[in-house]
Design a protein around this ligand. Structure first.
Ligand SMILES: [Zn+2]
Length: 219
């Protein structure tokens, strides 16, 4: 039996956007996609060059793939205010680094969902891309970049490693005709999910090749 204290329904917290410094201002629901209009909650009104206060200039929007809820992708459409400094005229955008890396196409929650999906649930990159509502290349690039960021400079990544193994999948890539996509993973035993990130860095490769040719990344 639940002993929880119920609160008013709140889309921002339900979608875990409060931790990203975002607040939902609107929703657009389609059978195949949910789009949430958001704004950045943290004020960012002081000039980074001279320290004077800025005045609102305009807004720009940025689209981010977010973690899906159910089978429907959730996309964030974030309105970002641009301010102009009253002292030096410098123009800047609201800082939204809590929500996503600069120029990233996925929110931090979306990226975490992708990594956990691949590492813990053994989802394919194609399934991750479908869940996030982004292209295969976008999903793959984001996951590899994050894995590289998290682990490539981790000096102790092979601590406790006893066995290194290879798991490989080949399937027909129907959108591009009669070609095959090879995805190879290299992992090792006795390690946790952080170590599996490392296998993603060196192991997940993508190439179009004949059915008899496999991709074997080197350690
Ligand atoms: Zn200034």
């Amino acid at each position: 039996m639940f002993n929880a204290t119920f609160q008013c329904p709140d889309l921002t917290t339900f979608c875990r956007l409060d931790g990203l410094g975002l607040e939902v201002t609107g929703q657009y629901l389609r059978p195949d996609r949910a789009v949430l209009a958001c704004r950045v909650t943290d004020p960012d009104q002081w000039c980074r060059k001279c320290g004077c206060q800025g005045v609102p200039r305009d807004t720009v929007t940025r689209q981010l793939g977010h973690e899906p809820f159910g089978w429907r992708p959730t996309t964030l459409l974030v309105s970002i205010r641009r301010d102009r400094c009253t002292g030096c005229g410098h123009v800047w955008r609201q800082d939204m680094s809590k929500a996503a890396e600069p120029r990233a196409k996925l929110s931090r929650r979306g990226l975490r969902w992708a990594l956990e999906g691949i590492v813990c649930q053994h989802l394919t990159v194609a399934r991750i891309a479908e869940g996030l509502g982004v292209t295969w290349n976008t999903a793959n690039k984001a996951v590899l970049a994050e894995a590289r960021r998290v682990l490539i400079e981790e000096p102790n990544r092979f601590d406790g490693v006893r066995v290194i193994g290879v798991d490989e999948h080949v399937w027909r890539h129907t959108r591009r005709g009669d070609k095959y996509v090879c995805e190879s993973r290299i992992g090792w035993s006795g390690t946790g999910w952080r170590e599996w990130f490392w296998l993603l860095i060196r192991g997940v490769t993508r190439s179009t090749c004949g059915p008899s040719i496999s991709t074997m990344p080197s350690l």
